[in-house]
Design a protein around this ligand. Sequence first.
Ligand SMILES: Nc1ncnc2c1ncn2[C@@H]1O[C@H](COP(=O)(O)OP(=O)(O)O)[C@@H](O)[C@H]1O
Ligand SMILES: [Mg+2]
Length: 265
Amino acid sequence: MRLRLFVIIMAKTICLAQSKGGTSKTSSVLNISACLIQQGYKVLAIDIDMQANLTSGLGVDPTQLERSMYALMTDQATTAADILVHTQEEIDLLPANLDLSIVELAVKEIMGREKILARKIRPLLPHYDFVLIDTPPSFALTTLNALTAADYLLSPVQPEPFCLTGMRNLVHTYDLVRENSNPNLEILGIFITMYDSRLSAHREIAEIIRRDWGDRAFEAVIRRRSNLMDSTAEGRSIIKSRPSSDLAQDYQLLTKEILSRVQKQ
Ligand SMILES: Nc1ncnc2c1ncn2[C@@H]1O[C@H](COP(=O)(O)OP(=O)(O)O)[C@@H](O)[C@H]1O
Ligand SMILES: [Mg+2]
């Protein structure tokens, strides 16, 4: 535990959320975490998506887990330390598996069920600099738990026609969470992913996003590059497997901006 001037330093918790699937949430949690590790920060990644792509992306087999996010969310006696896994990327992980599909039913009767994750991860916060949470592409109870546990909301947006509706849904959910379960939640920003500058539709939508979101849209843009897919399938971040690739550079720039925004606040 790190003490500075007798003040316990708590991790900053960043939740990646977006109502649309396939917008790079999981890839971004993995690669931003890897960039932060490379800069010497201690990082905890949390998978609260029953698809468990982050868990498998970090080389952990979801089908072999004895205890996972489901136990953490539903069993009072299970602590975050009980389910914590150290992964090959030096990123610590609270892993998920398909059991999460019935979590909503299992905690139906519990008062304050949107605050379970926040309560459970609190003892771990002094041990990390950053916590990154990967969420499913919906605003289900799991995502509400993630947003309630977070200091910041970070949203990847793919420059496709329906993304603007997705952003409106996100803002609505953000308002609801602030009103009901986490008044401290801040929007860290949105960033464009899978960008292809050759497509005029991408260029136009990127412009609309920047116009509508101003400062809250990150300068850094994650380009579409198919080699990211190979890397995630290998269970490694692009930062480690292809450090000089365009994508690794994009994620480095994004991480730099994230750090400057978090440190300013
Ligand atoms: N910048 C990118 N370029 C090309 N493919 C990408 C990029 N980012 C993610 N992908 C691929 O797109 C798919 C969806 O990404 P993923 O991170 O799983 O999204 P989400 O978690 O939002 O559903 C995956 O197959 C992933 O490898
Ligand atoms: Mg995902």
